[in-house]
Design a protein. Structure first.
Length: 94
């Protein structure tokens, strides 16, 4: 399964720290506030715990979407992604 993490965090330092934490647990940035990577229920819970510890729930938001392999492989990208395809090797473009 894949996890898609999308967030809106108002404070710059908090946002940068959260992004670094997502990268440390193996997620890859695909947009400025969007990460994707392999995960399971435990990693989903890990992302939510990171958010709970790091963010202000009154002004920030994090969405975590579990994606099955079929849904992920059938996703499409239009334009220039934040991360190059060579870096992640994990994208489908049509």
């Amino acid at each position: 399964m894949k996890l898609l993490v999308v967030y809106d965090i108002s404070d710059n330092a908090t946002r940068e720290d959260f992004a670094r934490k997502l990268q440390r647990i193996g997620l890859v940035r695909i947009q400025k506030s969007c990460f994707v990577g392999y995960g399971d229920l435990n990693k989903l819970k890990q992302v939510l715990r990171l958010a709970e510890k790091s963010l202000n729930a009154k002004r920030d938001v994090v969405h975590v979407f579990p994606l099955d392999e079929y849904s992920y492989r059938n996703s499409r990208c239009f334009g220039s992604p934040y991360t190059s395809f060579e870096e992640s090797g994990d994208y489908v473009i049509t």
